[in-house]
Design a protein around this ligand. Sequence first.
Ligand SMILES: *Cc1c(COP(=O)(O)O)cnc(C)c1O
Length: 381
Amino acid sequence: MGHSKTIWTNPTEYLSTVQPENPVLFFAPSALKAMARKFIDSFPGMVTYAVKSNPMEEVVQNLSEAGLRGFDVASPFEMQLIRRLCPDAALHYNNPVRSRSEIQVAVGLGVKSYSVDSVSELAKLIEAVPAEGTEITVRFKLPVGGAAYNFGAKFGATTELAVELLKTVAKAGFVPSLTFHPGTQCTEPAAWETYIRTAAEIAEEAGVTIARLNVGGGFPNHRLNAVTPDLDAIFEMIDRVATEAFGDKRPLLVCEPGRGLCGDAFTVATRVKALRDDAHVFLNDGVYGSLTELPMIGVIDRTEVQAPDGQPRTGDPIARIVFGPTCDSVDRLPGELMLPDDLAEGDFLLIHGMGAYSTVTNTRFNGFGELGLELVLDLHA
Ligand SMILES: *Cc1c(COP(=O)(O)O)cnc(C)c1O
């Protein structure tokens, strides 16, 4: 990824001046900091950042400058990254499966919080991690919907197993806590409710007072014009239900948003390489590039089309099939995109809300994937 120090006013200024041949991600640090402050001021507990959603150093640094003090990390690389950039931040090692050497790295870096969802992985932690002052967070799952993507398919203990794990954690002298991940891009506050009530039941049944409840990530970013995420409604639900469910044993709350924090701080600009026989649109970015996630969780309709001179295309929207640049037929955006009927070769298609799971999953397949990065004051003209 090419980095540059110039800060442009907005994407249009850059695109009309530079006429980039490769896709460009525009990052507005001001938007990221504003979202971080929103979470810190309104979430009823500690806010941590799920580093995997976008591990760019500029992102981590801006979050740290905005006051974030904790990070959800999943690998030695992520732990070392955060230790280097924010030496005093708390590391929550919440990948429930780890090799023994990965655990050693975490212990060496002073990690004090680990999640777990199985007996065998808990045994490894008990063996290798000093219990004193260290939190083990039992991750459970429920068969509930409401998210764009089901996280329970890979991780999370059943509630019965969670009861047993929590007892073992407490008995081994660790600080006992619970966690869940409701799925990603949850626009419905109700996605958290059953999980929080179940957490209280698990703690009750285990006879363990938990220190903290980590309510996961899953907070939505703005992907569809018709659905504006309402973070306040989600925070209020979490706060109210935590009190109702736990009463005077209410644990401290933690959240670990990825997408919700970084998603809306980035816009990608892709270029129309071809409008083949006035039907199919071919872009210079696709599902092997920054648009990897769209086939899994659905298209983003917060788009704009600009002519090379920066003028917006305002024709009537028509449905188009859109392909990425590689020769693989999988490289197609899901469904059809509504694009202005005056769209032309050489135009730029801007897709907003592209900060999460975009830079980090971009590949060089077929020789494409040269993704630029530019800083802007504002993502909109
Ligand atoms: C991926 C992940 C997150 C972040 O999820 P978002 O949907 O991006 O908020 C949080 N916690 C864990 C354990 C994760 O694996």
